[in-house]
Design a protein around this ligand. Structure first.
Ligand SMILES: *Cc1c(COP(=O)(O)O)cnc(C)c1O
Length: 360
């Protein structure tokens, strides 16, 4: 006999909720969770392995709770005059966001974001017992500074999360929107720049807005551009007071010595780790152009993926691609699917498969 969740004394606000559930299937072409599908080069892999090996003789001890070397490495990677005191890191930016919500949201508080957006925001919000409030986007999922400010003022939230560029739509977020949302918000404003490295090089990061804005947080991850999703390393930059707030909620020694060593070693090779970004951008733009030629409606993307409309029956098209060994993502937006840009040959495999299965 197996019990169900309903048999357990689970929190009332978790009853009936669904966990994060992007399918993990061992298909030859997996373009569903926006990973960088290029493997790490052998030289860099050897250096990372060497650094991890050195920590093994110290694994009897707890790791550096302040992950000092890693914070220094992120500060120098990000530039913008940031100091290690302004940097925080966790096991993926999901954990970093969770810690932000633990410190600044929580029971009786509200978290606001412009829907459709990253599916983890509502889940993380509910996980800390706070309420998720979904705002709306304009035509083509874009947001104007005026509309954004008005919605943020009305929501009166404790935390506002902006996804720049937005997942799952790929939509760029003008820096003016960040400025106007910050002025309109009374609480914390998080700008999730998980895909920032794929944006045009002249696009300004929200990092440029940090001086003088102590309620602003910019989060990043090594999971996407850095091709390091399996290592689980995310980070943020903010006023040093924000990192003090996060120390109140993090678990002691939350970043293992193995993780710290791997990430510091990878950051020594950041140029090499990011070498594939240009190629991914080329594949992304090729996806958009080809989808358009096939009669679909791709959205402008500053990320490593493309969302496209004009799909009659997304579930059926998704399944036909699956049957051909190609895994993409049904993000639950009616008439749409999302695909990550892979290597040139993976991208070709997707485009050929889609042309072959036609529009379901
Ligand atoms: C992938 C993604 C993340 C990164 O998650 P990690 O926990 O760092 O792997 C964060 N935000 C958005 C919008 C994402 O799409």
């Amino acid at each position: 006999m197996t019990a169900t969740l309903d048999d357990l004394p689970i929190r009332d606000d978790l009853r009936g909720q669904r966990p994060y559930g992007a399918p993990q299937a061992p298909l030859p072409i997996a373009l569903n969770v926006n990973e960088n599908t290029h493997v790490i080069s052998e030289d860099v892999a050897d250096d990372i392995a060497g650094s991890i090996a050195k920590t093994i003789s110290e694994l009897n001890r707890y790791p550096d709770r302040e992950f000092t070397d890693l914070r220094e490495a992120f500060a120098s990677y990000l530039g913008h005059g940031l100091t290690p005191e302004q940097i925080w890191a966790g096991n993926g930016s999901n954990e970093v966001l969770q810690q932000v919500l633990q410190a600044f949201a929580g029971p009786g508080r509200r978290v606001f974001g412009f829907s459709p957006t990253y599916s983890m925001y509502p889940l993380l919000t509910r996980g800390v017992g706070a309420e998720w409030v979904a705002g709306s986007r304009g035509p083509r999922y874009e947001i104007t500074p005026e509309d954004a400010a008005e919605q943020v003022r009305a929501a009166d939230a404790d935390v506002v999360i902006l996804c720049a560029p937005n997942n799952p739509t790929g939509t760029p977020l003008p820096i003016e929107v960040v400025e106007s949302v910050y002025e309109a918000a009374r609480g914390i404003v998080v700008v999730d720049e998980a895909y920032f490295e794929f944006a045009p090089s002249e696009a300004p990061s929200a990092l440029t807005l940090l001086p003088g804005r102590e309620r602003l947080i910019v989060s990043r991850t090594m999971s996407k551009a850095f091709a390091f999703a399996g290592a689980r390393v995310g980070y943020l930059a903010a006023d040093a007071a924000v990192t003090d707030a996060l120390r109140l909620v993090r678990l002691p020694y939350h970043l293992s010595a193995l993780t710290q060593a791997a990430a510091v070693a990878a950051l020594r090779h950041s140029d090499e780790m990011l070498r594939t970004v240009d190629d991914i951008v080329v594949q992304r733009d090729r996806i958009s152009a080809t989808l358009e030629a096939l009669g679909y409606d791709p959205y402008p993307s500053w990320s490593n993926f493309v969302m496209f409309g004009g799909v009659e029956d997304p579930q059926e098209t998704w399944r036909r691609l699956y049957d051909r060994g190609v895994l993409i993502r049904d993000v639950g937006v009616a008439g749409h699917l999302r695909v990550s840009a892979g290597t040139e040959s993976e991208t070709t495999a997707f485009l050929d498969a889609l042309a072959a299965v036609g529009d379901a």
